[in-house]
Structure formats: C-alpha cells, structure tokens
Design a protein around this ligand. Structure first.
Ligand code: ADP
Ligand code: MG
Length: 394
C-alpha cells in the first residue's frame, strides 16, 4: 500500500531517530493445522496509537499474546527499544515495560478497585499510597474510578477502566488493548480513545489498539496494520486510508459499507437493511410472540431493577433495546434466562403465560439467550465444544 509495507517485509525500519518501542519480526505461531500468525512483522512506535485490524480469527490476539508473553512464538524475534529480548511470560513483558488490557478481564470481583490494582505487587502493600495513586491516575486519564468500589458492583465499562489503571500504574512504555471497545457503549469508547490519546501524546508511550471495527480504527489510530488469516495484508498511515480500502484489505474482496454510514457505495451493501416500511410487513405478525407484562424485579439488596417493565416482540421482528448500562438490561436478560426471580408481572409466549420463577421453563419453550459475557455465563471453558452443546435436561 505504501513504502512502509515494503520496508517492513524486508525487515528494515523506515523510522529514523530512536528505535521503535517494540519491533517484532517474522513472528509465527501454529495451532495444529491453523497458522494463527504467519511471519508477522510489526513495529510499535512511541507517540502513536497503532491499530491492528482484522476479522475474527485473523490472528490479532495471538500476535499480541506473543508480545506479552502469554503465547510463545514458534519462530521470529522481538526487540524492545532496539535490543533483542525473550519474553517468556507477562512478568518478563512487564519488566520490559509492556502491559496489556485483555479482551476478557482478569479482575477478582470480591476485591476493591485498589486491591485489584495492587494484585501481583511483591513488595509490602501500602494501602494509602496505592489508593492515592489509583485516584491520581484515574483523575489524570479522566477515568472516574473510585479506588474503594468493589469490582463486583461495577458495570463492565468501569471494570475495563480498572484493568487500564492496573496497567498504567506499572508505567508501561507500550500498552496493548485487545478489542477494548467490545464491552463499551459508543460514549465510553470515545472516552477511552481520549484517555489513550493522553497516554501516547503527553507521555510518549506506544499503544496497540486491536479491533475488528473499521470506524473506530479509522477514528482513533495513527497507523494501521491489517491482518487476514494470520498474515499481515497491508499497512498504512490512518490519514492516507478510508473505510472502503480497509474493508477490502480486511476481508479480501470489495465490500459495500452503506449500511453503517462508513462508506458511500450503495450498490453492493454487505448487509441489507430493511428500509422500506411496507417491504416486510406481511411477514411481521400482529400478535406478540414474546410478551413481558409489568415485570418488576429487585436485586438481592432489595434495590428495584425492572420497574413495571413491559414489551412485546412480534414474529419476524428484530426488537432493539437501548439504554445506558445499569438501567435494568442485565435483569431483563436474567428474567428471559430464567435466572432472576420476578416479584410481579408475567412473561407470555404465543399468548400463553409461562409459570414465573421456575428455572428452565422459558428455555424449554424455545427462548434462547446469548449472554453479554459468554466466558462468564455462556459456556464452561474447561469443557469441550460438544460437551457445552449437550442439551440441558430440566
Ligand atoms: N489456543 C489456541 N488453540 C487453538 N487454536 C487457536 C488458539 N488460539 C487461537 N487459535 C486459532 O488461531 C486463529 C487466530 O486466532 P486469534 O489470534 O484469536 O484471532 P483474532 O484475535 O484475530 O480473532 C483462529 O483460527 C483461532 O481459532
Ligand atoms: Mg481476538
């Protein structure tokens, strides 16, 4: 795409001045027959947010895990500030100034924010110093985190900020974020990008931002590496590219992006959106397939969550529910999963009332739920795919 691609594949650096914070050359990792990363070169430069873009399965996380020492490369080399290094585990990476905010959080829910931040310290704990530092960093980066909050009481967006604080407290020169926005609202993502701008701008650190979302990579980064099937397909400066060209590199063919407002091709839209009101109306039935009538729930502490909540979903419809996190969405999902006791109201399927507060009734009648955090409540990670797919017996 530009001179960077050529120079990087030949192994040389185009940067003059100090060496990049991290230079990885020909990093490779194979799992069985899958080449998760195939001779990947990447340079993370101080003062820049480097976007790593690719579809699911492109090899982005594997690449980042090799930089942080969670996955050992089969081949290839890594240098930090120009010096060759071996990164055997995250402690090695931390010593070299590399920190990572993972896609799936590693916080201890029963502990407070400051306690989580302190985890892993091997010196004597100085509570007030750590608390003060957390508050200071939180303020500095506009993260608005209270050091004394218990993590289990925090919504996901906040928990991610705690992970970020944990990294920043170790004062890393390279900060890696793997799909950080998948759990954030658009507003929270925006705030995160503002904080990252501070991280690279004022403090001259390097940030790698991994994402499969074109719009945010275009919006938040300075430089982009695009991966597909374990290999680097393209590299470019963000200012020199656009959504259509990134999408083409990412999926390997022409795609229309008119549905999301990212591009302007209306001819071959990748996703067809129902736009004409009359179009599909015949398929949408009048009566509700799923109906919630006046559902009220409370937390274990007696705090009202859903308050006389009603909705009706018809056959043939996709029904969207929008709202700022913490306004009852989780309770709604728990009610539909049969995991939450309702104190009043009814759930109806095809007009028939489902007996309330009886675990498994809704699932048995065909209500399937994909939870927000699949690791937490969707699958049992220690079991195989087929074991996870075994039908539940109620
Ligand atoms: N621990 C693992 N064992 C087996 N296969 C893996 C493992 N980790 C990743 N893979 C495979 O490697 C490929 C790249 O995965 P990943 O790096 O997670 O991609 P991305 O982060 O871009 O979605 C995928 O095909 C994935 O299934
Ligand atoms: Mg990933």
């Amino acid at each position: 795409m530009n001179e960077l691609a050529n120079s990087s594949t030949s192994g040389g650096s185009v940067f003059t001045g100090p060496p990049p914070a991290v230079t990885a050359e020909k990093l490779s990792k194979t799992y069985g027959s899958v080449r998760a990363c195939d001779e990947v070169d990447i340079e993370l430069v101080r003062g820049e947010i480097h976007g790593v873009l690719g579809e699911n399965g492109a090899g982005k996380s594997t690449l980042m895990k090799m930089l942080i020492g969670l996955v050992l490369p089969d081949k290839g080399s890594i240098a930090v500030d120009g010096k060759p290094v071996t990164i055997r585990d995250p402690l090695d990476a931390a010593d070299l100034g590399i920190g990572m905010v993972h896609q799936h959080f590693s916080l201890v829910e029963a502990l407070t924010v400051w306690e989580n931040v302190a985890l892993g310290d091997n010196s004597r704990l100085d509570k007030s110093r750590i608390r003060d530092r957390v508050a200071e960093l939180s303020h500095e980066y506009g993260l608005d985190v209270n050091p004394d909050d218990r993590v289990e009481d925090l919504p996901v967006g906040m928990r991610q900020r705690v992970e970020l604080l944990k990294c920043l407290r170790r004062d890393p020169s390279v900060l890696i974020l793997d799909e950080p926005t998948s759990v954030l609202t658009p507003e929270e993502s925006e705030q995160l990008f503002d904080s990252l701008r501070k991280v690279v701008g004022e403090e001259n650190r390097a940030v790698a931002l991994v994402s499969h979302r074109l719009s945010e990579i275009l919006h938040a980064t300075d430089r982009i590496t695009i991966m597909r099937n374990g290999a680097v397909i393209d590299r470019c400066l963000t200012k020199d590219t656009d959504a259509n060209s990134l999408a083409r590199s990412m999926v390997g063919r022409e795609v229309g992006l008119s549905y999301s407002g990212l591009g302007n091709s209306s001819k071959d839209s990748a996703i067809k959106v129902k736009s004409e009101p009359g179009d599909e109306s015949e398929k949408i039935k009048e009566e509700f397939l799923l109906e919630l009538q006046g559902i009220t729930t409370s937390s274990t502490l007696g705090v009202r969550e859903l308050n006389d909540f009603s909705l009706g979903v018809r056959q043939g419809e996709i029904f969207g529910i929008a709202g700022v996190e913490g306004n009852g969405q989780s309770s709604l999902v728990e009610v539909l999963s049969g995991l939450k006791r309702v104190s009043s109201g009814s759930v109806l399927l095809n007009g028939i009332k489902i007996p309330p507060n009886r675990f498994g009734q809704l699932a048995k009648k065909g209500v399937a739920v994909i939870p927000e955090d699949r690791h937490d409540s969707g699958v049992i990670l220690g079991m195989s795919v087929s074991e996870n797919l075994l039908p539940m017996v109620f």
